[in-house]
Structure formats: structure tokens, C-alpha cells
Write a protein that binds this ligand. Structure first.
Ligand SMILES: Cc1ncc(COP(=O)(O)O)c(C=O)c1O
Length: 352
């Protein structure tokens, strides 16, 4: 901090992303990245786009990408917003739809960026405590509020709410926006997208970072009623017209178009997750049922923090949150079959 900082900056507690260490080669099971590379068609398209056109600004509206997404999800272009990773889309959504002094609701154990956004935009919030099994107590999301945001599947637990529950939340909150953050939905969840026409207060946010292996390209998107999309455009165009660069726009279009590649890789991750879940439960781990590309696990005799430190020494990174209620859990991203075998073998030598 310095005397030159604004009061806002001085009072912030920023989000802390998972480690990206450079000191040696790790098996990275700590940031929910995809173990597989992006589609070769994405790489080819980006390479082909590295030319003198980079002197020109990109399309500020990302129309080609919006059209590709609209076509893929059966929407029209006016129902789609694109941004620099879903983190940016989330930040714009907080600004566009939530007001100070009218508390929004989100779970106590959830994506830790939500409280950070709430603080930076001065939006009051109320934490809804998850049940002991980490399921979301739906009834607590039905009271008056300034908006609701839930990831589905939730992070870092991986647990999933059925559409029936999402619809219950939507129908009780018609005056306010309900955001469903579907960063992990492709790994076995069901999207709330089908409810968009029925609920003009629903905003579904997704990303290319996880299921399409493009965390490094920074592309996220939102889908909802066109009035919500206009709200997001209003915020975006008041901050930065060109949030997605030329290469990101081109790569993202190819990623959505190459559906065969996408289906193959996400199905592989789902089957690796199921295999790892079986192996971990045989070792005595408690595992929250997951529909995401990670599992949230706890062992009855070996402390999560000890496991985290020990695995790191063995060059395997997982995520440990020193946070009430979950400080004896590890979040383990699903890697390739080989990476998961190494991880399970390493655990096998400490858990007997
Ligand atoms: C629940 C959830 N939402 C959103 C994001 C942001 O993803 P990105 O900004 O890479 O699209 C993450 C990233 O880990 C996440 O866990």
C-alpha cells in the first residue's frame, strides 16, 4: 500500500489465484485447467491470424463469436455477451445487475472471487451457509434479496443442483437477476440455458477455460434475455470497448465449432474423474459427488494440509484452502489418466 492509493484500493483484499510456479515441473492439479491441449484447429486458426491485421483493433462487439455461440446453443445473437474470461463477465455482471444496500445472496463456500467483486463494487452480500454435506439449502435462497449468484456445479465442492432447483430459485426471485455460473457445467451438469426464454432474470455464464482447454486465451460468455445482454454491453463500453483481442476471437470461434474434439476430451475427463473417485474412496477418502473437472476430498486420518505439503514435495500441486469448514479438504483437478495414476500412487505411499 502507498499513500497514493485511493481509499478503495487500500481497502481491497484481492482474489488469490492458484499457484503457477516456474521453479520446476509439477503435475498441476490445482487450478482446474484442462490436461489436454486445445483443438489443433484453434491453434492453426490463431497462427494463421498472426499477420499485419494485428495493427487494427478487433471487432468491439465480437459478432463472429457471438454468432457462433448463438448458433451452437440455439439462441439469437442478441442473447449472447462475450468477455475476457468469465471472471470479467462476472465482474461486469456485478456492476450491471446488483446495487449497494440490497444484499445479494451466495453460498458461504463458493468461488472466492464473488466476495471480492462485491467489495470492489460496494455491493452488500449475505452468505448462505451450505448444508453439512455441501449441498445448497435452496429454501435459504428464496427470501427477498438484491440478486443471487451460484456456480452450478459449485466450486470448490463440485456438487450440482438440478434444473428443478434452479427453476425454484428463479421463480422466487423474479424481480432480481439470478446468475448461474456454469464454468464447469460441461463435465456432467445440465445447463440452465433452456430456462432463458421463460425467465428474463436469468443470466447463464460459461467459459472456454475449462472444457475447451483455453484458460490461456481468456474467453468467457454470458447468455440471457437481450435486456440483460444490453446491460452488460453498457458496462463493457463504459470501461473497455475491446476486451477480446483478434486472436482470442478467432481461436474461440474454432473451439466452439470443433464439437467432436470438445466431446471427446470432456468425456475423457469425466471417465478419469469416475475412475479416480473409485480409487480415492477405496483409500478411505470422503469425496463430494462431483459433476466438475475436480474432486473435493478429505481423509479421516491424514490432514489435508499435510497432504498438500507432502504432495508438493513430490511435484504434485493440488489446491488447499485455509478457510473455515473446508480446511481439511483438498480440491484436486482431474488431469490425464497418467497424471491421476501418479497422484494416486503418491497418495498410496503416505496413506496406508
Ligand atoms: C466458478 C468459477 N467461475 C468462473 C471462473 C473463471 O474462469 P475464467 O475467468 O477462466 O473464465 C472460475 C475459475 O476458476 C470458476 O471456478
Amino acid at each position: 500500500m502507498s499513500k497514493y492509493w485511493s481509499k478503495l484500493a487500500a481497502g481491497l483484499e484481492p482474489y488469490v489465484p492458484g499457484e503457477q510456479p516456474k521453479d520446476r515441473k509439477y503435475i498441476k492439479l490445482n487450478t482446474n485447467e484442462n490436461p489436454y491441449p486445445p483443438s489443433p484447429k484453434v491453434i492453426d486458426a490463431i497462427k494463421a491470424a498472426v499477420d499485419e491485421n494485428l495493427k487494427l483493433y478487433p471487432d468491439p462487439n465480437g459478432v463472429a463469436l457471438k454468432m457462433t455461440l448463438a448458433n451452437y446453443y440455439g439462441l439469437n445473437q442478441e442473447q449472447v455477451f462475450v468477455g475476457n474470461g468469465s471472471d470479467e463477465v462476472l465482474a461486469f455482471s456485478f456492476m450491471a445487475f446488483f446495487d449497494p444496500n440490497n444484499p445479494i445472496l451466495f453460498p458461504d463456500i463458493t468461488y472466492s472471487f464473488y466476495p471480492v467483486y462485491a467489495k470492489v463494487f460496494k455491493i452488500d452480500y449475505e452468505l448462505v451457509p451450505l448444508n453439512d454435506d455441501f449441498t445448497i439449502p435452496i429454501d435459504k435462497l428464496l427470501k427477498d434479496n438484491g440478486g443471487v449468484i451460484i456456480p452450478n456445479p459449485n466450486a470448490p465442492t463440485g456438487s450440482f443442483l438440478t434444473l428443478e432447483f434452479i427453476e425454484e430459485i428463479l421463480s422466487h426471485n423474479k424481480e432480481k437477476v439470478v446468475i448461474v455460473d456454469e464454468a464447469y457445467v460441461d463435465f456432467g451438469g445440465v445447463s440452465a440455458l433452456t430456462l432463458i426464454d421463460k425467465y428474463p432474470n436469468l443470466l447463464v455464464i460459461q467459459t472456454l477455460s475449462k472444457s475447451r482447454s483455453l484458460a490461456g486465451l481468456r474467453v468467457g460468455f454470458a447468455m440471457g434475455h437481450e435486456d440483460l445482454i444490453k446491460g452488460l454491453d453498457t458496462i463493457k463500453n463504459s470501461i473497455n470497448s475491446y476486451t477480446l483481442d483478434r486472436l482470442a476471437l478467432i481461436g474461440a470461434v474454432e473451439a466452439i465449432k470443433d464439437d467432436e474434439y470438445f466431446q471427446d476430451k470432456k468425456n475423457r475427463i469425466i471417465s478419469t474423474r469416475e475412475k479416480a473417485t473409485g480409487q480415492l474412496s477405496k483409500m478411505g477418502f470422503k469425496i463430494v459427488p462431483s459433476k466438475a473437472n475436480f474432486v473435493f476430498i478429505s481423509h479421516p486420518t491424514v490432514k489435508a494440509e499435510d497432504l498438500f505439503i507432502w504432495l508438493k514435495e513430490k511435484s504434485i500441486l493440488v489446491r488447499y484452502f485455509r478457510q473455515p469448514r473446508i480446511d481439511n479438504y483438498l480440491r484436486v483437478s482431474i488431469g490425464s489418466d497418467e497424471e491421476m495414476d501418479t497422484f494416486i500412487k503418491a497418495l498410496g505411499s503416505i496413506i496406508t
